[in-house]
Write a protein that binds this ligand. Structure first.
Ligand code: URA
Length: 189
């Protein structure tokens, strides 16, 4: 399925479906294994991601890398990482609903092409979008949800864990352990 993912990446590379196209240096489509069983979905690129064209390479990304290693025992190359919006919102503001809607087909296409068994949503934007709910992440997290024929594990955004201290970090770690347990079933087959 990497062919359709590549085609989608090319399409996204010249996308002008929303205003975020105006301010971007690069389209941050996603990175990692195009056949991954595990996929992470964040919010949107920050300044460093926009510069490098790679998701989660700034402070949040460093924490995500560490948690992947410590809780799942994997490197980012063993999973696929992307965001709800592929272009950086100015001043790191929240993505707007029209921007999220414009970018939604890319995320849908990525999920279909990669076909992961487990999707971990990082923070409110990806969790609410994929679970189609207005409920916030604090209430959503702590369990997994059926997501088509996959499982979805919502957790905090790493930026929230950086801000929120030990309590938030501990909950995020326990969500990642939940994802790991689901992955162990996949890896066992
Ligand atoms: N925050 C996100 O949600 N995504 C990134 O790629 C970086 C920071």
């Amino acid at each position: 399925m990497s062919n359709s993912l590549e085609l989608l990446a090319v399409e996204a590379g010249s996308c002008t479906m929303c205003g975020l196209a105006d301010g971007r240096s690069s389209v941050v489509f996603g990175s990692g294994d195009p056949a991954a069983d595990l996929m992470f979905v964040g919010e949107g690129p920050g300044a460093e991601e926009d510069r490098q064209g790679v998701p989660f390479v700034g402070r949040s990304g460093k924490l995500l890398d560490r948690l992947l290693d410590e809780e799942l025992g994997i490197d980012r190359s063993a999973c696929y990482i992307t965001n709800v919006v592929k272009c950086r919102p100015p001043e790191n503001r929240d993505p707007r609903s029209d921007e999220i809607a414009a970018c939604r087909p890319y995320l849908g296409g990525q999920i279909r092409a990669i076909d992961p068994a487990v999707v971990v949503t990082l923070g409110n934007f990806s969790s609410k979008l994929l679970l189609e709910t207005d409920t916030g992440i604090t209430k959503l997290r702590g369990r997994s949800y059926p997501f088509g024929d996959r499982q979805l594990v919502p957790t905090f955004h790493p930026a929230a864990a950086l801000r929120g201290g030990a309590e938030v970090m501990a909950r995020m770690r326990s969500d990642l352990v939940r994802a790991k347990k689901l992955m162990e079933r996949v890896w066992a087959h």
